[in-house]
Design a protein around this ligand. Structure first.
Ligand code: ZN
Length: 392
């Protein structure tokens, strides 16, 4: 925050300098233009055979000199501005540390496999954002050779969303019908919402679409029990087709909010069905990183100053707990009650026969010579091999 404030101060200084310079220039240039126009007018008004007196020549030369000096002064002031602009650049360099390697896990971005993974994540992000050309260019440049099956879910998602944004319900309805069974397993209201939007589109047109709207209402049959109240309200709106639904107690149905929410509902449900996360993993990582980096960089600095850099040796665990808020809670975590450490891939939680859970490391530490382990919470004795790994 301090860094931003420092840069902002410098930018403010530059903007006020620029504004005052601009005003000054504007004023001087107007003055010069007026002076030149005056001279031109006087010259044109003079009779053809008029000869300039020496006083007139002197005044003319003086005005020309004044204008020339003024213009060169403006250009010097403009050049001075360069130093102020470059000062902003220097302030940015000074205030923002661009070297994050100190807090990077060793080798995280090195090696062919890691590079490929990184490129794949970036490519998927572009696909997800609908930046298909960029994704394709990266796919080719980085030699990723992403298969069509891998790209297809993103392409389909994007195609349907684009249609929805253009108020075309067709592709989304087709998709929802195709996946009706799985959507209902997930308790999704997507298909109902899509039909409702089409129905609203019909009743908006008034009496001429009455028959069509009534026929279309048959599509609501499978949703009758689940969305009874909404259906009552939709059917009620049919009574006002003659006067126009916009003048009826059902005018809320015409609000644009339904179109906004359908894109969100579709993205959420489609991502769940396709096994994709709703938010781009890359954006989540970057946002979380932006929050986590400043405290990590400062703790690194403190460690270096006190020469205790070795404390941060467990690369899978951060030296301090960083609370990113509930937005970033995606799954449960397990902290071993014995070792008081958060579980990791190499040290996962293990469920003992008695039902108590401890970490794998704790389990092997508690095992005795006879390859038996006594649960630290209840005295049940068991074999360490009987414990089962738990996945969250
Ligand atoms: Zn136990």
């Amino acid at each position: 925050m301090e860094a931003c404030a420092a840069v902002e101060k410098e930018v403010d200084r530059l903007t006020s300098k620029l504004t005052s310079l601009h005003e000054h220039e504007q004023r001087s240039l107007e003055e010069f233009i007026n002076a030149i126009q005056d001279i031109k007018r006087e010259l044109s008004e003079a009779p053809a055979d008029h000869k300039l007196s020496s006083t007139q020549v002197m005044t003319l030369n003086q005005s020309l000199k004044r204008i020339r000096d003024g213009v060169s002064r403006i250009s010097t002031e403009h050049k001075d501005l360069h130093s102020s602009v470059s000062k902003v650049g220097k302030t940015i360099d000074r205030n923002f540390i661009s070297d994050f390697t100190a807090v990077l896990t060793e080798g995280a971005c090195e090696g062919e496999d890691n590079q490929r993974l990184l490129n794949e994540v970036i490519c998927e992000h572009f696909l997800r954002q609908g930046m298909l050309e960029i994704a394709e260019a990266l796919n080719e440049d980085a030699g990723l050779n992403l298969s069509q099956e891998r790209k297809e879910p993103f392409l389909e998602l994007h195609r349907i969303l684009e249609a929805l944004k253009n108020k075309d319900l067709g592709p989304a309805l087709q998709w929802a019908e195709m996946h009706r069974e799985r959507l209902s397993e997930e308790n999704s209201s997507l298909e109902f919402r899509l039909h409702r939007l089409y129905f609203i589109h019909l009743i908006r047109q008034g009496n001429i679409c009455q028959r069509e709207a009534l026929l279309y209402a048959r599509n609501f049959a499978p949703f009758a029990s689940q969305h009874a109240r909404e259906l009552q309200s939709l059917m009620g709106s049919l009574l006002y087709l003659r006067e126009g639904v916009e003048n009826s107690p059902y005018s809320h149905l015409l609000e644009p909010i339904y179109w906004q929410e359908i894109c969100d509902v579709f993205t959420k449900d489609a991502c769940r069905l396709m096994g994709l996360s709703v938010q781009s993993p890359l954006s989540v990582c970057i946002q979380a990183g932006c929050q986590a980096l400043p405290p990590l960089l400062s703790i690194r600095q403190v460690m270096l100053q006190r020469q205790v850099a070795g404390v941060w040796s467990n690369k899978e665990e951060l030296p301090v707990e960083i609370d990113l808020g509930h937005h970033y809670h995606f799954h449960s975590i397990f902290a071993c009650p014995i070792l008081r450490q958060q579980s990791t891939h190499s040290n996962p939680p293990m469920r003992l026969v008695c039902g108590h859970v401890i970490s794998k490391d704790a389990l092997s530490k508690l095992s005795n010579m006879n390859n038996r382990v006594k649960c630290p919470y209840c005295p049940v004795e068991q074999m360490p091999s009987e414990a089962k790994q738990i996945f969250f």
